[in-house]
Design a protein around this ligand. Structure first.
Ligand code: KG4
Ligand code: ZN
Length: 330
């Protein structure tokens, strides 16, 4: 069988990334130009600054990805890019660049849903992983329990009704004086604290989530008592939010009667979450998969992996492809 070389482009938020992936699973290069140092001073991502930085970086990042993969432009079989969800101005940079490249090389263009990309990061780390499986997508903008039926068919079983879990991590971090993005810093501080502060859990009858209650509780608590032990607060926040994730995931495993669970998205880099979900392997007799740490947060290798499976399924785009900021999973 001929090798398929997919170029992936990711520009939905604050990472300009371009990758080259062989047959959807083997990463030949994955260049990530992070804008975090730029946005840090504003405490979060500034959309206009993000788009401008994507424009400035994308040509050089693409050149680096081609060089590191040791290929020529002519070796590319498929050009894929994130077209949503994300910041419209940021998405447009990657979409326009991918369209131009696809046109110039006369190679198929494949638009990729960013969430499908996060899920597909697992295919790179686990060469044997195939659908069907259950996936818990936890990122800065999303919290979804998804049934991955095939490589290109998805059903949402539950989602957050308000804040995404990563958003709650970042807001809590900001309140206690940690720099953006706060998730990794909370992860570190929680390790030195005790989960001894009472915080509210939110559960529903269905598989939906809510994180605004606990976020507000932490904000109020810190406001009323600025001397509260920050390490204990981080550990307590992490424990309660992880319990909420575990609770719904266990219900979904039963509902689907499924034996494979994957985690995906930036928050799946969290060490406490990884440890707790690994314990499910024993408890629920299932196999649990995570992307390797470097593939949890935004990167283009995951976009190329998802793009490859869209291409195989004949889901191609054309030059009318546009950025869709609120693109849904299905
Ligand atoms: O997937 P991602 O790069 O962007 C979105 O698609 O939203 O996720 C970024 C999110 C941020 O909220 C960041 O704080 C969080 O992932 N994050 C973490 C950790 N590493 C990144 N949250 C908790 N623990 C971590 N170790
Ligand atoms: Zn993401």
């Amino acid at each position: 069988m001929k090798n398929i070389i997919t170029l992936g482009i990711e520009s939905s938020c604050d990472e300009t990334s371009v990758a080259v992936v062989r047959n959807g699973r083997e990463v030949l290069s994955n260049i990530i130009n992070s804008q975090i140092p730029v946005h840090k001073q504003f405490g979060g991502v500034v959309p206009e600054i993000a788009s401008r930085n994507h424009v400035e970086a994308i040509s050089e990042v693409t050149k680096q990805a081609i060089e590191e993969a040791k290929i020529q432009y002519g070796d590319i079989d498929v050009v894929s890019c994130t077209y949503g969800p994300g910041l419209v101005g940021a998405l447009l940079v990657g979409v326009s660049y991918a369209k131009a490249l696809s046109f110039a090389l006369n190679k198929p263009l494949v638009g990729v849903n960013h969430i499908h990309g996060h899920i597909a990061a697992n295919y790179i780390t686990h060469k044997e992983l195939k659908p069907p499986f259950l996936c818990l997508v936890i990122s800065g903008a999303h919290t979804h329990l998804v049934h991955i039926k095939t490589y290109t068919e998805f059903e949402i079983l539950g989602r957050t009704k308000d804040d995404a879990i990563g958003e709650a991590y970042d807001k809590v971090a900001r309140t206690i004086g940690l720099e953006y993005p706060g998730g990794p810093k909370i992860d570190k501080m929680a390790k030195e604290g005790e989960a001894n502060i009472n915080l509210p859990h939110t559960y529903f009858d269905n598989l939906d989530f809510s994180f605004s209650g606990i976020k507000t509780a932490v904000l109020n608590l810190n406001h009323k008592n600025p001397d509260v032990n920050k390490k204990d607060l981080c550990a307590s926040f992490e424990k309660v939010t992880t319990d909420m994730l575990l609770n719904n995931t266990k219900k979904a495993i039963k509902k689907l009667n499924i034996s494979k669970l994957a985690l995906a998205g930036g928050v799946s880099a969290n060490s406490y979450i990884r440890e707790k979900f690994l314990q499910l392997e024993m408890l629920e007799k299932i196999k649990v998969y995570y992307p390797e740490l470097s593939l949890c947060t935004d990167n283009a290798a995951m976009i190329a992996a998802a793009g490859y499976y869209n291409y195989k399924a004949g889901k191609l785009s054309d030059l009318t492809l546009n950025a869709i900021p609120n693109l849904k999973i299905n």
